[in-house]
Design a protein around this ligand. Sequence first.
Ligand code: G4P
Length: 536
Amino acid sequence: MDLRAEVENRRTFAIISHPDAGKTTLTEKLLLYGGAIVTAGQVAARKRARSATSDWMELERERGISITSTVLQFPYHGRTINLLDTPGHQDFGEDTYRTLLAADSAVMLIDAAKGVEPQTRKLFAICRARRIPLFTFINKMDRPTRDPLELLDELENVLGIGAYPVNWPLGGGETFRGVYDRETKELHTFERTEHGAKRAPVSVAGVHDEKIRALVDEGTYKEFIDGIELLEGAGAPFERDAMLRGDVTPVFFGSAMTNFGVELFLDRFVKMGPSPTARLDASDTPVEPDDEHFSAFIFKIQANMDPRHRDRVAFARICSGKFERDMTVKNARTGKEVRLTRAMKLFANDRESIDVAYAGDVVGLANPGSFAIGDTLTDSTNVRFPPIPAFEPEHFALVRSIDTGSYKSFQKGIAQLREEGAIQVLYPFGQTRIEPILAAVGALQFEVVKFRLESEYNVKTQMTTLPFTLARNVSGEPDAITGAQLPSNARLVEDWDGAPLGLFESEWSMRLAAEWNPRLTFEPFATRGLASAVAS
Ligand code: G4P
């Protein structure tokens, strides 16, 4: 297959949802239909097995959150699907943001009884900012649900995205009997199968078939027909371009747990969903996915993923060209050449080496410290992707190692966790770097860092929360920066690369600093709009 055909075959997406909407279940069923696993329960079982073997996962389990992130690849109807697993907790916004940067589309999973939930809104804001195509799967139709028209209304009014139902449910909860496909004008009937590994039988008939009427009571049938007529009469026709711009979302109804609607969704998703498209580099030049030059960017680094392999894996999303094992590429940030020897695909704890991969694919690279988040890897001379922005932190804490004997491990741990993007690390401006100030979007990140320093680096730490709530980039002449006069409750710090930042307890304190220092500017991070959308 040539490069273009390989690229057009790829579908790289992530699922976004509020915890408990059924992401694990849907992921598992997608893998089941994709033939990547043979029985349902494997993903959940692996999730449980992992929590049993690793203390780190214990933290995750206790909090009922999913912070594991794997890239699952499987073939489906001749296509190659890459499913990027996003962390499930709201405090991990930055991590999720970076994963969504690597996706070409997203599937928004909604619990039919609950509709749009807070976490759905936050993750949607990230997709909206990137304008990636979004598919919607309304799950748990086998249980009592809200009115489907009301759910569509919520997508339009709460999220501001046009909703185009690809199929429409016949009944809901106890009366759920299937979905009507608006394009093929077929009804796929639902049969309650045991919660388990079997594929649900699906049979098809015309919508005005007497058999359908016989499936439901008069009221349910009337609601169904009224709904269909309303959609056909008032709803706008589906426009693929509007979907590609992220203005309209195709909506599917189903029940992941009972396997219903998952195959219908997957069939349509591989047809309608986008293949990798051109990505803009830092100078706004499009890099076409079928360009013969290889390019990729690192969107995630994870240390100590598995206690059995105490190493670090950098995940690279390929944007153009072909990856071949042992190829030599350049890291555009450092200018150094790197040989990509140990490239791998990860499935839960299993690793498999990769020989070739194409735009849209993700490869895990053993990382001997040569990669950082946002790095561009390429064999072209001039491609460099824009840096991945750090979110504006809203929580700050001073961290110190309790046991002075482990100071070296402490420094190593802090450096590696920063490199992974688990935390931002600041120091008092212009001073010897001894005690870092950690900065995060969500306060839970501090606990994660504390826990990981102890379990992975054997370092006990003490964290002292600092009262700042705002960080601002500070710019001006060097003498104005070193001579800055700040209110007593504010602080001048520097980030890892030495760039000055002001930390403030309030907007008021920040404005006072601006008044006192007319030669300095105090600017919000470029991601502020996004961060506040995510935080609200
Ligand atoms: P998450 O990853 O989004 O947090 O959700 P997960 O898949 O773990 O699902 C949350 C709960 O919702 C699970 O129940 C799961 O079985 C259930 N669920 C998922 N999809 C459906 C569906 O289509 N219909 C119904 N009725 N339930 C669904 P649990 O009791 O927490 O776990 P389990 O004992 O079933 O594994």
